[in-house]
Design a protein around this ligand. Structure first.
Ligand SMILES: [Zn+2]
Length: 597
């Protein structure tokens, strides 16, 4: 076992510079102490936004000013907490910041409903009267476009009181799934007993020992299967809630309501499902290659996650990863690469693990400062891709902050994974271009194929399931465990084809997907991934014009609707073309894999 250092012993050259946010904790305390007075200023605006354009402008500006100052405080407290979650001082600061965030949200909660109540005509008049409102034009449009689905005050009040009831299915799912469902002990790779948990299931699924995978898989689904009727009851209640709110607010379906949050038309969702369906033969072919490479006579669902190519002598030091990653950025131009390099060398990244550091990797930051990236770099090829991924997020933030006002400083979830995926795709393309070694090529291609399967195909399969379930419920079909499992098994057969075994256990997989309680959400992973692959393709084949469009996109933040922003990046999500372009890359990789294996 390697020694994991304490935070105080971690090498400062590889730590992020949180002092760029606040030089000392004392500075933070002084800033934090000023928040209540800031917040109190909202009270004088409540109920008076309609008085004049100036009044509305000052309220929106106040929200931005207070938001910008508070975000910096909030981010600092949490970054310090995440770097050492055992540090009680920063735990307390993060808790105080959370409590204050809730108060701040409450203090300005009147803004949106009051603006919506002003209506389109008043807002249009205000916009003519005051040029200062121009910057808020998109924000206001985004609020007002929902106004036709806002009910009168008594019905809105009633709906607001149902919100807790509506959250019950998800809350009970969490309790059942994470607390009450106890998984058994199984025999692991070293022959000793280990408790199966939701957290370690994936590592069992990646085991090269097939019996270990089988035992974990059977234990997972046999345990879940004992509660399948309860899971079905919860999911049905969740779907019923989605359909109820959609109908009450005058949407044609829960799909239309969910997509309207991003102003995304239904066809984007249906195009995704249709295009993925057209490329299923390529996925089936990949399954046949997987089966052959693993040397099994039947490919079972527990054979899906084990890499079919062992990691080829691949340890990548952090410095080497930085070098390879920077070289892969060539298609984005010298300025982008230089900004990335300066960020990596300038205290954006917290590189290595230390005791009690938050696991995994993430990117975050505060407008007016710079992005921050947390890694737990171990030197696997995977870690190099994580570096590229998180730095993609960081550069999206940096370029957005350089162009946009605070109001549009965040990018929407629909676009969030585009920049990270573009970076990963450019890195893998560069690695493939630079290596003729067959084993290495096979390893990189396998990595890429798995990303496609996990992000594009699997999330689309989920998306299709959600659509089937909501439509069935809308047509008064009861969503019993058997009905849901039959739906799911049908989709599993469709996606994996005859090459993989759809058994009775996998038919219950719907029961253990937490995202299903956040309806019509996972499709964004698949559309974002497709858009990014299409952009990476254009960057590599088209050059300068594609680069200019993409850099423009990265500076967009949330200043326009996601579909419009992608259109300016050259990706028309209202057509199936970007999905097809991405899937063609997948099909090409499958063909190459066939010759390599
Ligand atoms: Zn990401």
């Amino acid at each position: 076992m390697k020694e994991i250092p304490k935070r105080a012993e971690a090498d400062p050259r590889y730590k992020w510079k949180t002092e760029d946010l606040f030089a000392t904790d004392g500075d933070w305390e002084r800033g934090f102490a000023a928040v209540p007075a800031d917040m109190a200023r909202f009270a004088e605006y409540a109920g008076s936004l309609g008085e004049s354009a100036e009044r509305l402008v000052s309220a929106l500006r106040l929200s931005d000013e207070v938001g910008e100052r508070f975000t910096r405080l909030y981010v600092y407290a949490h970054l310090r907490y995440y770097e050492d979650t055992g540090n009680q001082r920063y735990k307390a600061m993060a808790d105080r910041a959370d409590a204050m965030a809730a108060k701040l949200a409450a203090a300005e909660s009147f803004l949106s409903p009051e603006i919506i109540a002003l209506g389109k005509d008043t807002i249009a008049r205000f916009t003519r009267e005051s040029a200062d409102l121009t910057v808020y034009a998109h924000l206001l449009d985004d609020l007002l476009r929902r106004s036709e689905h806002v009910l009168d005050a008594p019905r809105e009040a009633l709906l607001a009181r149902t919100a807790d009831l509506a959250r019950t299915p998800e809350a009970v799912f969490d309790i059942l799934h994470e607390a009450d469902t106890k998984f058994p002990e199984i025999i692991g790779e070293d022959g000793s007993l280990a408790r199966l948990t939701l957290g370690n299931y994936t590592s069992f699924m990646e085991s090269r020992d097939r019996d270990v995978r089988r035992r974990a898989y059977e234990a997972m689904y046999d345990t879940i299967g004992r509660f399948r009727n309860t899971y079905a009851g919860l999911y049905q209640a969740s779907v019923t809630g989605d359909n109820f709110y959609a109908e009450t607010r005058g949407y044609a379906s829960a799909l239309e309501m969910a997509l309207s949050g991003d102003n995304v038309p239904d066809e984007v969702y249906r195009n995704l499902i249709a295009a993925a369906g057209d490329f299923l033969p390529a996925l089936h072919k990949y399954m046949a290659i997987r089966k052959k490479a693993l040397g099994v006579d039947k490919l079972e669902m527990y054979d899906m996650y084990v890499p079919i190519v062992p990691e080829a002598d691949a340890r990548v030091s952090y410095d080497e990863a930085k070098r390879l990653f920077l070289a892969s950025l060539e298609p984005l131009g010298a300025d982008y690469a230089e900004k990335t390099r300066r960020g990596m060398d300038g205290g954006w990244i917290d590189v290595y693990e230390n005791e009690n550091k938050r696991s995994g990797a993430f990117q975050w930051g505060a407008y007016g400062c710079h992005p921050f990236v947390s890694l737990n770099y171990e030197g696997r090829v995977k870690d190099m891709f994580t570096l590229a991924h998180e730095m993609g997020h960081a550069m999206h933030s940096l370029l957005t902050w350089g162009r946009q006002p605070f109001t549009y400083a965040d990018y929407p979830i629909f676009l969030a994974e585009v920049a990270s995926t573009v970076n990963e795709a450019l890195l893998i393309e560069r690695l493939l271009a630079d290596t003729s070694d067959k084993a290495k090529r096979a390893y990189f291609i396998n990595y890429y194929l798995e990303e496609f399967r996990g992000t594009l195909f699997r999330q689309t399969q989920f998306a299709e399931f959600e659509l089937l379930a909501h439509e069935a419920a809308q047509n008064d079909k009861p969503l019993t465990a058997d009905v849901l499992s039959e739906m799911y098994a049908g989709l599993n057969r469709k996606y994996y084809g005859g090459g993989a075994e759809t058994d009775a256990r996998i038919a219950d997989e719907w029961a253990r997907i937490p995202h299903f309680y956040n309806a019509y959400y996972v499709y964004k992973y698949a559309t974002g991934y497709s858009a990014a692959i299409a952009i990476a393709r254009a960057l590599l084949t088209e050059g300068e014009s594609a680069r200019a469009r993409y850099l423009e996109f990265l500076a967009g933040g949330s200043s326009d609707y996601p579909i419009a922003q992608l259109a300016r990046a050259g990706v028309d999500m209202s057509s199936p073309e970007p999905i097809r372009a991405a899937l063609s890359v997948f099909a090409g990789l499958v063909d190459e894999m066939e010759t390599l294996i």
